[in-house]
Design a protein around this ligand. Sequence first.
Ligand SMILES: *[C@@H]1O[C@H](CO)[C@@H](O)[C@H](O)[C@H]1NC(C)=O
Ligand SMILES: *[C@@H]1O[C@H](CO)[C@@H](O)[C@H](O)[C@H]1NC(C)=O
Ligand SMILES: *[C@@H]1O[C@H](CO)[C@@H](O)[C@H](O)[C@H]1NC(C)=O
Ligand SMILES: *[C@@H]1O[C@H](CO)[C@@H](O)[C@H](O)[C@H]1NC(C)=O
Ligand SMILES: *[C@@H]1O[C@H](CO)[C@@H](O)[C@H](O)[C@H]1NC(C)=O
Length: 523
Amino acid sequence: MYSEGIFGAPSPKSGPKVVWRWVLLCMVLGTTGALVICGFLAGLGNYVMRQQNPSLMMEAEFVPEAQVIDSQKIRLCQGKRIYIYDLPRQFNLDILDGYCENEPVICPRFMNSGLGFELHHVMDPIETWYRTDQFSMDILFHERIRKYPCLTEDPDSADLYYAPYYVGWDVLEYLWRPEIQLRDKMMQRFIGWMMAQPSFNRLQGHKHLLVLGRIVWDFDRKEETSRWGNSLLSAPELENVTAVMLERNPSINPEKEMAVPYPTAFHPRSDWELMLWKKKVATSPRNGSLVSLAATPRRDKTKGSVMYYFLRDTLFDQCNKSEVCTVLMCDQINCESNPHLVTSLLLQSTFCLQPPGDSPTRKGVFDCLVAGTIPVFFTPLSAHQQYLWHLPPNGNSYSVLFDEVEVRDNGFDVIAALKEIPASRIERMQRTIVEDILPAVVYDHPDRDPEKKSRDAIDRILDHLFSRDHQTREDKDSANKSNRYMEIPETAVYPMITVGNNSGLGRHHVIVQAAHQAVIIVL
Ligand SMILES: *[C@@H]1O[C@H](CO)[C@@H](O)[C@H](O)[C@H]1NC(C)=O
Ligand SMILES: *[C@@H]1O[C@H](CO)[C@@H](O)[C@H](O)[C@H]1NC(C)=O
Ligand SMILES: *[C@@H]1O[C@H](CO)[C@@H](O)[C@H](O)[C@H]1NC(C)=O
Ligand SMILES: *[C@@H]1O[C@H](CO)[C@@H](O)[C@H](O)[C@H]1NC(C)=O
Ligand SMILES: *[C@@H]1O[C@H](CO)[C@@H](O)[C@H](O)[C@H]1NC(C)=O
């Protein structure tokens, strides 16, 4: 049994129609006796048809019209069929309902299939802007996959298995609460439910996908060493499951954990809407200020990623003092609720500073790229070692990387260095961003035009999951150990990268050593 009728047997309609004529005749006659006789005749007719015309009657008789499909679609779906587990509501909708009952501020973020509140008419193209929560991936992904054209209801024949557990929203409820058991409660039930699924057991978790709408550290608690997050990613039962999330731990095999773009406010439905935006981005005069910084200052240095917080201060300071840099204080204007204000600033700037916040990645990187602005990084952990499926392998083709320690501790002047970058390189980076990156990092509207050709962030996730061979752990272990995903772009402004101790309380500690080799230690 399949949905959308795509996989029904391509049997011609004429055979069954001939047989049905007998049955219709019986209905006209109307009496029980006639039904018996005609039933026999219909059966006989069927038999005769089969004998005389085997090809006509091949495969399933009486295939409903909707399931008669063209071979083109079968070809299209070859190797790309997705099975969605029919999870009990407690793993998704009940979690959202819980917020809507208890947290009226959070509930509107679930509107419009996870896009959030509509912001129509704040910017052209007018119907593409939403107040999207940066952690809405759980819902956005599910809503898109529900409309995916190659779904199958047969758990024996899928190429990818997706379990729509809204684990990001689940863990958020308990992140700041001390009871560790509460944080793992739903997760353990989920594992129990999966273990009871024959397809999960048969495949030993391979080909299975989990979408975690937050960063890796929220799901990676090692009981004895950390007090943060649930322990989903440490569960041995899920060792072969692939998880996508907003920030990854680069020391984990990217076949198992991959970072995907943070959702932004822009959600095109069609190639036309995307093209209008690209045109606006490409022709924006960008004469407002060379550099912009939209961020929330971290004033409380007693907890969190202290080294990152000092870096942020330094950049606010440099930007404040410069005539070619504009600051947007996100604690004053609420940048997430007013994405058009951030985007307007970005459209007038050539570069945007992307200092890490509580962790190395931030949504601002994607606001910046969607506005065609060149991101300036201070650690390769912010993007270069994260979004391997969505950003070009050469970080210098679309971004600038400065050394965090030089900036924070040695007075390196970021704005002066940016002024030195030749116009030709700026133009090349801008073209790469608008043509290659922007279309690939946006999340299309779930009701997008089926004819849309440009492939968005979710299309690219699926492309990667389908294209790779689902190799086993043994294969991986014997494979060439060289970690291509850990290489630091060779022409970075500073080849020597040292990311300071992320020496906050309780969270992860990030220690990166030596050029060309990054090591993350989760303490
Ligand atoms: C993961 O896959 C490997 C090899 O495919 C298998 O040996 C192992 O038992 C699997 N793990 C689980 C938890 O099923
Ligand atoms: C930027 O350029 C546009 C058009 O070229 C012009 O209308 C606008 O006033 C300029 N803005 C600034 C701040 O110079
Ligand atoms: C930057 O300037 C603004 C306004 O002048 C001020 O409110 C803010 O505290 C300054 N930030 C830093 C880090 O100096
Ligand atoms: C592993 O890959 C690297 C780079 O791709 C190559 O230089 C090296 O020779 C390979 N090693 C083996 C054992 O195949
Ligand atoms: C990191 O922390 C260690 C020990 O806490 C300290 O010795 C070292 O100097 C720190 N490194 C940096 C770059 O702050």
